[in-house]
Design a protein around this ligand. Structure first.
Ligand code: S3P
Length: 169
């Protein structure tokens, strides 16, 4: 695999697992949310949503995904909404990319997230639950590999991915 993209809901562990995976594979780490922030000229995701709105955020997210089309030897940590546009996944998949879904129960997600304020789409728990339910099928459909993360440390999830990656190529 030349490129590995982690997808999954907020709190599924993408940002914790991705650096470990990048180190294990000797790949560069790209964090889509961080790239969006640096392209936006604003200090945080919360500021992007409040000052410019979600469509602006999604356009930047799509531009970052597109910029990764030809990259190789990268681990990409995505934001939970990357699956909202089919073309994002196409761009991540190009050039030998594998899509890995970190599947996590909603109860685990809420237990893991400590900074609700920094996640504009997790302010209202009922809306977050609905969003979670709407997205699960899409994550699964796009995934080349599904890894359950409940009750596992980021290191365990990383080891599981490394052990399975060889079987995907
Ligand atoms: C979002 C998830 C966030 C961030 C933004 C939108 C979403 O990333 O991209 O708040 O739509 O699920 P994480 O999944 O890393 O929290």
């Amino acid at each position: 695999m030349r490129k590995v993209a982690l997808i999954g809901f907020m709190g599924s562990g993408k940002s914790s697992v991705a650096p470990l995976l990048a180190t294990a594979l000797g790949y560069r780490l790209v964090d889509v949310d961080s790239e969006i922030i640096s392209r936006s000229g604003l200090p945080s995701i919360r500021d992007i949503f409040s000052a410019r709105g979600e469509p602006f955020f999604r356009d930047l997210e799509a531009a970052v995904a597109e910029s990764l089309t030809d990259t190789a030897h990268v681990v990409v940590s995505t934001g939970g909404g990357i699956i909202g546009r089919h073309t994002n996944i196409e761009h991540l998949r190009m050039n030998g990319g594998a899509i890995i879904f970190l599947r996590t129960r909603f109860e685990t997600v809420t237990a893991r997230i400590s900074d609700f304020a920094s996640r504009p789409l997790f302010r209202d728990i009922d809306r977050a639950r609905t969003l979670y339910a709407e997205r699960q099928q899409l994550y699964k459909e796009y995934a080349d590999l599904v890894v359950d993360t409940d009750d596992k440390t980021p290191g365990q999830v990383c080891d599981e991915i490394v052990a399975t990656l060889g079987t995907l190529s």
